[in-house]
Design a binder for this molecule. Structure first.
Ligand code: ATP
Ligand code: MG
Length: 392
């Protein structure tokens, strides 16, 4: 059975990002059936079946908790909760009629039966599709406690689909956001990318702020925005807008740019403080970067390959003012020049860079190597006045 985002997006006329399959076959049996299959997940065991570059997620029907209690078929190894109600494992298998109730939103709980081309709807999801409403299945408090990431999923789907969150599903978010603090940083990294790399990053940020959840993902950015830092506010908006545009044009994006942008306001201020107290620019930024990044990774993992680029982008920012000689040339040759340059132009658009750096560095990239050489020539030292040697 096709289920989840694939069915939902097809009904709404969107191109599905991927296809999720639900089946009564056990993960081990799926693995036996497909040689190109891998079982993943401890908390939620799944089979990934590879078709070329595509991955099809195959999940075995899960039983609901009520079912579990009635039949007492499970034991602690298969399902467990922590004190706040969070599900630590969810590997009790059941039938489709059970599986429906543990999905998050009604619109994600539609099944498409490939055998007879029919849609199976147990939760009045079709009504919600029609009214463009996201509604959690079951008691919203309990469902958010079971898995706090569902709050972020609510925001992601609201942004992506243009749906509103049903008042009953919306209200608990204001009180339960803090539960995101218990989510492993690696899972938050995945979720944050889904929020900001789906072409609706501006909308996602707006919603995170509206529901006061930004503090649980990017505390440092949230603090600055709450202090009313208008330039940083404008900068973040423009950065996300440019990422959205790139994604919608099919251009590649990197998580490094997102993290560099989210943390820029904080790292810039801190490195300024260090400079004030006498550190040279490069060292000041290096130290500020380490502090800001190490705070951030407590909440969201940033794999090293990205954090290195984040540092590069930040470090480049104070180098754009040098337009001549070796310094300027090596900046132009920097392997992350393009990211650093894009970043600087967005700062410029936000009103943070007040000289013509963006225009100048834009122009030089349109030139041939020879013209570039001329423009980059070391600034001539002022001709020294010749000592007047009076000939006798
Ligand atoms: P996308 O378009 O981003 O893939 P999706 O709805 O398919 O959206 P997935 O993360 O691929 O989301 O999950 C597939 C389905 O599995 C969901 O539609 C939902 O039914 C169920 N699901 C996923 N995550 C959760 C969760 N945290 N709690 C409950 N159900 C979930
Ligand atoms: Mg999906």
């Amino acid at each position: 059975m096709l289920v989840g985002g694939g069915v939902r997006d097809l009904l709404l006329g969107h191109a599905p990002k991927d296809f999720d399959i639900a089946t009564d076959a056990l993960p081990e049996d799926v693995k036996k059936l497909f040689s190109n299959c891998r079982l993943i997940g401890r908390r939620f065991r799944l089979a990934h079946v590879f078709f070329g570059r595509e991955i099809i997620e195959v999940a075995t029907f899960r039983a609901s908790q009520a079912e579990e209690k009635q039949n007492s078929i499970s034991n602690d190894v298969d399902r467990s909760h922590d004190d706040s109600g969070r599900i630590l494992r969810d590997n009790v298998y059941g039938q489709l009629e059970d599986d429906v109730w543990r999905r998050d939103f009604t619109v994600n709980a539609l099944y498409y039966d490939i055998a007879n081309f029919s849609i199976v709807d147990y939760t009045s999801a079709m009504n919600d599709v029609e009214n463009k409403v996201l509604r959690l299945i079951g008691d919203p408090q309990t469902r958010y406690r079971e898995d706090p990431v569902r709050m972020l999923r609510a925001i992601r789907f609201a942004a992506k689909l243009g749906f509103s969150i049903h008042p009953d599903s919306e209200q608990p978010i204001f009180d339960l956001g803090y539960l995101l603090g218990d989510i492993p940083p690696a899972r938050l990294f995945d979720e944050v990318l889904k929020l900001f790399h789906s072409g609706q990053g501006v909308k996602s940020l707006q919603l995170l702020r509206r529901y006061n959840l930004l503090q649980y993902l990017f505390k440092q950015a949230d603090d600055l925005l709450k202090q009313g830092d208008d330039i940083f506010d404008a900068f973040i908006h423009l950065a996300l807008e440019s990422t959205d545009k790139r994604i919608n044009e099919g251009k590649p994006v990197t998580p490094a740019f997102l993290f560099a942008a989210m943390l820029w306001g904080t790292v810039d201020k801190l490195s300024d403080d260090f400079k004030q107290s006498g550190e040279p620019g490069t060292l000041a930024m290096q130290n500020a970067s380490s502090i800001v990044l190490s705070k951030q990774v407590k909440t969201i993992t940033i794999p090293k390959r990205f954090s290195m680029v984040v540092r590069d982008i930040w470090q480049m920012q104070h180098r754009f003012k040098f337009r001549h000689g070796k310094r300027a040339k090596s900046l132009l040759m920097h392997k992350k020049f393009r990211a650093g340059y894009d970043f600087m132009c967005i700062r410029s658009q936000a009103g943070e860079v007040t000289d013509d750096s963006c225009e100048w560095w834009t122009r030089i990239q349109t030139m041939g190597p020879q013209e570039q050489e001329i423009l980059l020539k070391p600034a001539k030292a002022k001709p020294r006045k010749k000592k007047s040697t009076v000939k006798k």
